[in-house]
Each structure stands twice: as structure tokens, then as C-alpha cells.
Design a protein around this ligand. Structure first.
Ligand code: FA5
Ligand code: MG
Length: 415
């Protein structure tokens, strides 16, 4: 018996998602709360701030990359099925079998073969294999994570790929090639992949970085301060993150890099080099409109959505409908089997039982008894309704339900 018993209700029946049935197994950890959010497609909802930002990014790409006839070269995929298989999300991107991002504690698995995509990059290889060279993918992605004002288990990403041939990369008459003949004996090197020529990589890096700085300036203004930080992704090399200066701090806007050539090769492409990036829409919208809490994107309250209806919506500064007070309640428990307990299990349970009334959950105490060796966690749960004042007795009912559910399903003893 493991921590999975919390999901036993789901495990017994099969999982039904988007008109399909999946056989549940020991990997199944998707909750009812998460299931209820699939298919909301906030990025396609009229006037929704995430839709507005998506549209501005699409327009930037339309106007930045034109073919010889003056038509946009990028095509947009914004309605791809969020249920993907292990190959799409991981294997096709050369993510190692033992990579942390595959862990059950970080992803929502439908079962051992399928999961809710953890990034839009999951669709990269299928679109390349279908013959596309320049494209954007937009959609909802799912990750098990902490709970606070900037993290929500579902958020939205825009991912892009651009592939170029030798002739598109170099000027006519230049005697240069994308690939380096002969094996590079150095092997893994930070600057470039061994199979690429330095000239090709530098030209791609230049186009990638100037495109993305241009995008950041078109979203946040010409005077936006930015910096490039070296990064690592299993599917790109070299890799970078673009950070922008926001509210007195550096904020990570996106990750990007030169695509690993093995990915292209596996999709049947042998004559092109590619760049790719992935960006979070919520962060952009929160910055542009000064939206203080990521839960607001899921609000169906017209007081929120109506604020973004105007023609000039890119300059809208969010006005809080009103601030309602917080209620704080702590919960402490002994953990039955610390090796099989992840805080994310508790966070999901709280989200599932408490819904959007939960603003924040923090681990405030992690205690190991010196004599018995038993481990105890104390979590502080902050409750806040976004549209009314919660009474302490309403909160108590919810808090009790969270205690009972934890007791019955997480193998813990409430203190
Ligand atoms: C990725 O998801 C990569 N697939 C991006 C990528 C694509 C890199 C193609 C290279 C080539 P990362 O986990 O860092 O990387 O997420 C990408 C972006 O999504 C972040 O820069 C951030 O803007 C946004 N993001 C990530 N996690 C969250 C979160 N919990 N809440 C809101 N936005 C997030
Ligand atoms: Mg990152």
C-alpha cells in the first residue's frame, strides 16, 4: 500500500477524458479538479487576457517572417489534444529515461502510457514530421507544483520551431555548410553540437535572440531591460533563458535554443537546422496588466473579464474587484511512510477538496522526532474567496474535510 490510495476512487474505474477511456494503473494520479479544467481553452476565449497575449504574439510572428510573396510563413496550432503519450512528451525530445521531469510527483499521469502534456514542446516532432518548417504551438500545460499566487497546476505556453536549409541560412556564393564534415572528437561541448558548423550555429543564435528580444519589446515596451542566461534543456544545445526586469527583479520569460539534431533526424529531416523556444502566457499577462493572482485567469466573474474587452486592451491595468480577507488554518500530521510521501500529493489533495478557495499552502514545519524517528509536517493553508468574504465557520468545514481526506488517503495521522 502506497500513497496512491488517495487516487483509489479513480483507480478502480477507468479514466474518461475527452471522449476516450484509459485503463487506470499505478501511474494514474490525475485528480477530479484537474480533469474539470481540461478543455477550458482560456487561450481561445474571446477577450480573455491570455487570448489577447496569444494574439499579439501570433501577430508579431506574422509580421516578422514573410515569404517572397509577402505572406506569413509561420502557421499556428492552438487546438492540439493535451493528452499525450510518453513518446511525445519525453522520448521524442531525447529526455533521458531517468530525468526528473518524468517523475510521478511532477506530472499528471492518466496512466503509465499517457499524461497531460507538461510542455507544448510535446507536439514538436509530430508537426515537424508532417512537413512543417515554421510553426507556433499554443495550449494548456499541466504540472504538479507548489501553490502560491504565481503557480497554478495548469498554465499556458507558446512554443515555436523554425527550421532553415543551407540556402536559407547563407548568402549565395558563400561556401559554407550547416554540418561539419568528420566527427568532432570533443563530443559534448557547450558552444555547439559536434555535428553543426560554428557559422550555422552563430547565424541561428543571432536570428533566435533578435526575434525574441523583439518579441519582448513588442509586448513590454521598447525600453524593456533584458538579459540572456545560459540554460540547459535536453532537447536544445546550446540553450538560453531570456529574463526581463520586472517589479525590481529579473523574471524568466522563456527558454530556447538550437534544436538537437537527433530530434530532426528522427523526424526524417537531414538538410535543416532549427531553433525553438517555449514561453509562459500567464507571466506575460500578469506583467502587462498587473494581475496579482494566477487564479484570476480562471475566474468566470464578469468583473474580471469585462476589464479586457476594450479595443486598446493591451494597456489595461487590472483593477481588483475588491480585496476580501484571508483565513489561515494550519494542519499537522505524522507521515506513515516518508519515502512514499511527496508534498505535491498533499497540495493536489488540498486543490481537489478546497478548489480555488485555497490561495496558498506552505510547509511551515518539517519535524523528525528524535526518539521515535517519525516525521511530521505542518502546512499553513490560506483560504480566500476572490468575490466575497469567507466566514471562519465556512473555512472550518472545508479544513475539516481536508483533514479527513488526508487521513483516509495519504497514510498520515493528524496531530
Ligand atoms: C519548458 O517548458 C521548455 N519546453 C521550453 C523550451 C521549448 C525550451 C523549446 C527550449 C526549446 P520551462 O519549464 O522553463 O521550459 O517553461 C518555459 C516557460 O514557461 C518559462 O520560461 C515560464 O515563462 C513558463 N513557466 C514555467 N513554469 C511555470 C509556472 N509554474 N507558472 C507559470 N509559467 C511557467
Ligand atoms: Mg525554466
Amino acid at each position: 500500500k502506497t500513497q496512491c490510495c488517495y487516487y483509489s476512487q479513480i483507480k478502480l474505474k477507468d479514466v474518461r477524458l475527452m471522449q476516450n477511456t484509459y485503463a487506470a494503473d499505478e501511474f494514474t494520479n490525475i485528480t477530479d479538479k484537474i480533469t474539470s479544467l481540461i478543455g477550458k481553452n482560456l487561450h481561445l476565449q474571446l477577450h480573455h487576457p491570455l487570448n489577447n497575449v496569444r494574439q499579439r504574439i501570433v501577430e508579431y510572428f506574422y509580421k516578422s517572417f514573410l515569404n517572397t510573396r509577402g505572406n506569413p510563413t509561420f502557421s499556428i496550432y492552438d487546438n492540439l489534444n493535451p493528452i499525450v503519450n510518453i513518446t511525445q512528451n519525453f522520448d521524442s525530445l531525447l529526455i533521458p529515461k531517468d530525468h526528473v521531469s518524468r517523475k510521478k510527483s511532477d506530472c499528471y499521469y492518466v496512466n503509465k502510457d499517457y499524461l497531460l502534456r507538461a510542455h507544448m514542446t510535446a507536439h514538436q516532432t509530430e508537426l515537424i514530421a508532417s512537413g512543417l518548417n515554421d510553426f507556433l504551438m499554443v495550449g494548456d500545460v499541466y504540472r504538479r507544483d507548489e501553490i502560491d499566487s504565481t503557480h497554478y497546476p495548469v498554465f499556458h505556453q507558446v512554443d515555436a520551431v523554425r527550421l532553415k536549409t543551407r540556402d536559407q541560412l547563407f548568402r549565395e556564393g558563400q561556401d559554407l555548410s550547416i554540418f561539419e564534415s568528420g566527427k568532432n572528437s570533443v563530443g559534448i561541448n557547450q558552444e555547439k553540437q559536434p555535428c553543426h558548423s560554428l557559422e550555422a550555429v552563430k547565424l541561428m543564435e543571432h536570428e533566435l535572440k533578435s526575434t525574441l528580444v523583439g518579441l519582448a519589446k513588442s509586448l513590454f515596451g521598447e525600453k524593456t531591460e533584458y538579459r540572456w542566461v545560459d540554460a540547459y534543456f535536453p532537447f536544445t544545445q546550446p540553450s538560453w533563458e531570456l529574463e526581463i526586469w520586472h517589479n525590481g527583479d529579473w523574471m524568466e520569460l522563456l527558454g530556447c535554443g538550437i534544436m538537437r539534431q537527433g530530434i530532426l533526424k528522427n523526424s526524417g529531416i537531414n538538410d535543416r537546422i532549427g531553433w525553438a523556444f517555449g514561453l509562459g502566457l500567464e507571466r506575460v499577462a500578469m506583467c502587462i496588466h498587473k494581475i496579482p493572482d494566477i487564479r484570476l485567469f480562471w475566474s468566470s466573474d464578469s468583473g474580471f473579464l469585462n476589464q479586457f474587452k476594450s479595443k486598446d486592451n493591451k494597456n489595461v491595468i487590472y483593477k481588483p474587484i475588491s480585496q476580501f480577507p484571508q483565513c489561515k488554518n494550519d494542519i499537522s500530521f505524522w507521515i506513515g511512510d516518508p519515502d512514499n510521501f511527496s508534498s505535491n500529493d498533499f497540495y493536489d489533495l488540498v486543490r481537489n477538496v478546497g478548489g480555488d478557495l485555497v490561495e496558498q499552502v506552505t510547509l511551515v514545519d518539517n519535524f523528525k522526532h528524535p526518539k521515535t524517528g517519525k516525521t511530521s509536517h505542518c502546512y499553513r493553508i490560506i483560504y480566500r474567496h476572490m468575490e466575497k468574504t469567507l466566514t471562519q465557520s465556512e473555512v472550518n468545514v472545508l479544513h475539516k474535510e481536508i483533514e479527513d481526506t488526508a487521513k483516509n488517503s495519504l497514510n498520515v495521522t493528524i496531530r
